[in-house]
Design a protein around this ligand. Structure first.
Ligand SMILES: Cc1cc2nc3c(=O)[nH]c(=O)nc-3n(C[C@H](O)[C@H](O)[C@H](O)COP(=O)(O)OP(=O)(O)OC[C@H]3O[C@@H](n4cnc5c(N)ncnc54)[C@H](O)[C@@H]3O)c2cc1C
Length: 277
């Protein structure tokens, strides 16, 4: 790993100013479970690493029925997976967080880092897509909010302007939601997703999101529209499972080939709809 200057700002303003000053030569760091691996492997070689962990008020998890769930940028996967509000109202998110890496990784890795890293297989992305989560952003010109579906633009590309950082993720409360998160990987523990997905029932409507099947996580809009307001017959489930595979564009890689991923998407949709019927 190349030498770098470690910076530890104590306010959002200081962090944003440091990033603006050093721009592409600097990188933010939260849990460092992606940053350090990429630095170790010389995929990136920043001159400055800006550690966000000393900034107060961007950690923690809060919930109310009016405001929904708020996940601070420093909240770890372990905190999310064990939080009573997340377990009670967003079990798909708790489940997704509990599948990230092993225990040591989950004790450090943040959900914000998982989203900013913008890997197509980020485990926490598909439940957040289903809930239409919103990413909260701070920059010296001010604060702004971006729906997660617009925030993640491509592999490792997100809607952050120079100097901006994520302060948290807001997840709306859906009183009648019931869902299932599934991660299909080559082994049960400590492996990256071959395909991950969330199927969420909200009253008469359905929300479906899949990861590791395109450059970004996806909502399956056509499949959701097909299902909307209709009784869930076996024939409709089969039609939805088939349609779902046409909405994704997976690639062959070391974890699986394209056809296997298409089959898994159909399987996850069929299985989710059947279990939530
Ligand atoms: C052994 C191992 C296993 C893993 N298994 C999984 C897995 O099963 N599933 C999975 O989804 N991921 C997995 N990962 C990847 C990683 O743990 C996650 O992506 C993690 O959530 C990243 O969070 P972090 O806090 O460590 O981010 P960091 O490494 O600190 O940062 C990641 C990226 O986000 C940026 N960033 C972080 N926080 C902010 C912020 N607040 N504002 C702006 N930018 C920010 C950083 O600059 C960097 O570009 C694994 C990693 C390892 C090393």
């Amino acid at each position: 790993m190349r030498d770098f200057v470690y910076l530890a700002p104590e306010t959002l303003e200081e962090a944003a100013a440091l990033k603006l000053e050093h721009d592409d030569k600097a990188i933010f760091m939260a849990g460092a479970t992606d940053v350090m691996i990429r630095m170790r492997d010389y995929l990136i070689a920043p001159d400055y690493v800006i550690d966000l962990k000393n900034i107060p008020d961007i950690g923690g998890i809060t919930f109310s029925e009016t405001d929904g769930l708020h996940i601070g940028a420093l909240a770890t996967m372990t905190q999310i997976a064990t939080n009573p509000h997340v377990l009670a109202h967003y079990p798909t998110l708790a489940e997704a967080a509990s599948f990230v890496g092993g225990r040591q990784i989950r004790n450090r890795a943040t959900c914000a880092g998982n989203i900013v890293n913008a890997s197509p297989l980020a485990d926490t992305a598909t439940p957040l897509y289903c809930y239409d989560a919103v990413v909260e952003i701070f920059g010296l010109p001010g604060r702004r909010e971006v729906p997660i579906r617009d925030f993640i633009r491509f592999v490792r590309k997100v809607d952050l302007r120079p100097g901006e950082l994520v302060t948290g993720i807001r997840v709306p409360y859906l009183a009648d939601a019931k869902g299932i998160f599934r991660k299909v990987a080559r082994r049960n523990e400590v492996d990256l997703s071959t395909v991950c997905g969330t199927v969420l029932r909200t009253g008469a409507g359905w929300r479906i999101s899949m990861g590791s099947v395109a450059p970004t996580p996806l909502r399956l809009n056509k499949t959701e529209a097909l299902l909307a307001g209709k009784p869930l017959t076996d024939a409709l489930i089969e039609e939805a499972a088939t349609l779902a595979a046409t909405e994704v564009s997976p690639i062959d890689d070391v974890r699986a080939d394209r056809q296997y991923r298409l089959d898994i998407v159909s399987y996850l949709v069929r299985d989710g709809l059947t279990k939530l019927r």
